[in-house]
Ligand binder design. Structure first.
Ligand code: AMP
Ligand code: ZN
Length: 460
């Protein structure tokens, strides 16, 4: 069966045909590293990790290149650096913020079972490529310099209209409407009110680099040009898949397309544009002011990363997710069971019943239903399928002992109580044995008696 993916540009599911099956190329917009990543940020990480794994399964591990950038030049980073390290020169403070946040991001996404992308480029290491693209855009008449800024003109792009996409096509907007609806207080150096920044002057103390030809002052890049440059450097002028959250369609991705297609005279930047839906918490929009803003770091204190991963995949990636504790509890129970029956089993190939729904635009809820189906009759297939999806990274014993640690339950104490209960039962003191069973239950421990003896597990 073939892989079908929903493309935001054409607004339909299309059969995936890579430009080169020996080198399938995907770019996903990564984090801006100034703070802990929240659980909404985990969604594109997990969704595109599943796609990465599926592509590797279909085309071979050596034939898929996944690039996810790190944005380490941004106003939010500068603000955070000045706030957190007021005693340090700004550049040093910025380095501290981006280093710490980058490390934390890696720790978080590793715990979520996400493979590292093939390349994780940093914006600050691609300023040369940004300058090159900007110079091409200036030379082509798509951009102009004004007061030490370089601006891109969507109107120039749509007027040129030679083998280029239409500005606004990806986000399904009309440029005329954008022009009419734009704010009136546009910066004075902009010729058109929809023009966006490719390059801007740095304020004193801010990171700065030599500007594109024709601009004397040192400066720094705009946000959109960063991704065009990193995608170009690592994937070329035209590649297969570009992904990110739905909020990035406009203006970020619309502008990336404009920059890349105009610089390289391409009709397309990526052949498939994929966008994940938004995550909300207990039916509310996640925001700092509502106090329901949860970081991955916080959640990992209460839940294993694979529980967060399963919980995320219970919803198809394009639908909104409502993130609830109730759903997390169910995901934890499911994984406890899968670990018990499948973690120590030699896996076979992933089951066709799991792969098929994945091929249909990553229908993960359907794939999870298929996993439940395998639970009854094909444990080795369940193990193989779970591994493909990024689960079962630990042994059953590791999973159980981590659960014990997290629950604060002392295994020795439990064993001791069970021994006392066994002794009570042997002398037919059922009142005492029931008391111990109830005591264990209040601690969150369930026991099971069989011919071989008494076993126990933690019930959440
Ligand atoms: P940012 O660092 O804000 O640029 O976000 C990094 C990635 O997380 C982008 O792909 C965003 O679209 C995505 N994202 C941010 N908030 C949410 C959310 N609440 N639900 C789903 N994805 C999100
Ligand atoms: Zn981007």
């Amino acid at each position: 069966m073939e892989l079908r993916l929903h493309d935001t540009l054409t607004r339909e599911k299309r059969t995936f045909a890579p430009l080169d099956p020996k080198n399938v190329r995907m770019y996903v917009c990564g984090p801006t590293v100034y703070d802990f990543a929240h659980i909404g940020n985990a969604r594109p990480v997990i969704v595109f990790d599943v796609l990465f794994r599926l592509l590797r399964h279909l085309y071979g591990e050596a034939h898929v290149k996944y690039v996810r950038n790190i944005t380490d030049v941004d106003d939010k980073i500068n603000d955070r650096a000045a706030r957190d390290f007021p005693g340090l020169p700004l550049n040093e403070a910025i380095r501290k913020v981006t280093e710490q946040t980058g490390k934390q991001f890696h720790a978080d996404v590793d715990a979520l079972g996400a493979l590292r992308p093939t390349v994780e480029p940093r914006a600050t290491e691609h300023i040369g490529e940004m300058r090159e693209i900007i110079e091409k855009l200036l030379a082509g008449g798509f951009a102009y310099a004004a007061e030490d800024h370089v601006l891109f003109s969507p109107q120039a792009m749509n007027a040129a209209n030679v083998g280029l996409p239409r500005y606004g096509a990806l986000s399904n907007r009309s440029l005329d409407e954008m022009v009419a609806g734009a704010r009136v207080d546009v910066a004075p150096y902009k010729k058109g009110n929809t023009d966006f920044v490719l390059w801007k002057p740095s304020k004193p103390g801010e990171p700065s680099w030599p500007s594109p030809a024709g601009i004397a002052a040192q400066g720094r890049p705009g946000w959109h040009i960063e991704c065009s440059a990193m995608a170009w450097k690592h994937l070329g002028e035209h590649f297969d898949i570009h992904g990110g959250g739905i909020d990035l369609v406009f203006p970020h991705h619309e502008n990336e397309v404009a920059q890349t297609c105009c610089a390289f005279h391409q009709q397309r930047m990526a052949n498939y544009w994929m966008h994940n839906g938004f995550l909300q918490v207990e039916s509310e929009k996640m925001s700092k002011s509502l106090g329901n803003f949860i970081t991955i770091h916080e959640l990992l204190k209460d839940w294993p990363g694979e529980v967060l991963r399963l919980n995320m995949l219970k919803t198809q990636y394009r639908s909104p997710i409502d993130w609830t504790v109730k759903s997390l509890e169910e995901s934890a129970k499911t994984l406890d069971d899968w670990y018990r029956v499948a973690a120590d089993v030699a896996p076979t190939e992933p089951a066709a019943s799991v792969i098929e729904p994945l091929l249909d635009d990553l229908n993960t809820p359907q794939a999870i239903a298929a996993l439940h189906g395998l639970r009854g009759n094909d444990i080795a297939g369940l193990a193989g399928s779970l591994r493909l999806l990024g689960f079962l990274s630990e042994s059953a014993a590791q999973w159980e002992s981590r659960k014990q640690q997290a629950s604060g339950i002392d295994a020795k104490e439990v064993e001791c109580l069970i021994a006392e209960r066994t002794a009570a039962r042997a002398r037919k003191d059922f009142k005492e044995s029931d008391r111990i069973r109830d005591l264990l239950a209040t601690m969150g421990v369930a026991i099971k008696d069989s011919k071989e003896g008494t076993t126990w597990e933690i019930v959440r």
